[in-house]
Design a protein around this ligand. Structure first.
Ligand SMILES: Nc1ncnc2c1ncn2[C@@H]1O[C@H](COP(=O)(O)OP(=O)(O)O)[C@@H](O)[C@H]1O
Ligand SMILES: O=C(O)C1=C[C@@H](OP(=O)(O)O)[C@@H](O)[C@H](O)C1
Ligand SMILES: [Mg+2]
Length: 177
């Protein structure tokens, strides 16, 4: 059993929140979703924070929240936001405080999920056409992958699930011993 923190990183829509909750249940450790943590702390939705105060304020708040949420539990699963690793030295912080896992899902799969979910709930995506969305995701990923690539473990799958994720963690732990 992992006696450490696990941080999930990856593009929006890759399933960090969903998988993170399942993984924490499976491992019997606390789960923190960083966006939800920020929303509780600020008393408003991430979308509203973006609208009211803009992205750069959100990024500062997010960096502080990451550090606070990390301190709360020595053991647990933390699902970060898609942009978290790319700002304020956050990826290095994450790697100093636990095991990071990059959930790598093809952009085409992410876009089909976004459509099913309704993209208006995601502040960086609302109001974009299919073509604009694809371009936005490709460009965003090409900038972000240098940060995601620093993750301890990469889990590449179009259909990630908590069972496989646990196996990958076990393999990593065995190798590390
Ligand atoms: N393995 C999966 N297969 C299909 N859809 C998924 C899977 N994991 C998550 N989803 C769906 O994809 C969307 C994004 O999931 P979410 O966990 O919020 O991702 P993230 O936190 O990375 O943005 C949600 O609508 C969720 O229900
Ligand atoms: O990619 C991003 O910059 C963002 C991703 C979101 O989280 P998810 O990746 O959980 O959707 C959320 O933090 C915010 O809307 C910004
Ligand atoms: Mg999420």
């Amino acid at each position: 059993m992992l006696d450490n923190r696990i941080f999930l990183v990856g593009m929006p829509g890759s399933g960090k929140t969903t998988l993170g909750r399942q993984l924490a249940t499976h491992l019997h450790v606390p789960f923190t979703d960083l966006d939800h943590y920020i929303e509780r702390k600020e008393g408003k939705s991430v979308r509203r924070i973006f609208e009211k105060t803009g992205e750069s304020w959100f990024r500062k708040t997010e960096a502080i929240a990451l550090r606070q949420a990390t301190e709360e539990y020595e053991q647990g699963v933390i699902a970060t936001g898609g942009g978290t690793p790319c700002f304020e030295g956050n990826m290095d912080f994450i790697n100093r405080h636990g095991v990071s896992i990059y959930i790598e899902v093809p952009i085409t799969e992410i876009l089909s999920r976004m459509k099913a979910e309704g993209i208006a709930v995601r502040p960086l995506l609302a109001g974009k056409s299919d073509e604009q969305l694809y371009r936005f995701f490709s460009e965003t990923l090409s900038h972000r992958k240098q940060f995601y690539a620093k993750a301890t473990i990469t889990y590449a799958s179009a259909n990630p699930n908590a069972g496989e994720l646990c196996q990958l963690i076990d393999q990593y732990l065995v190798k590390k011993e």
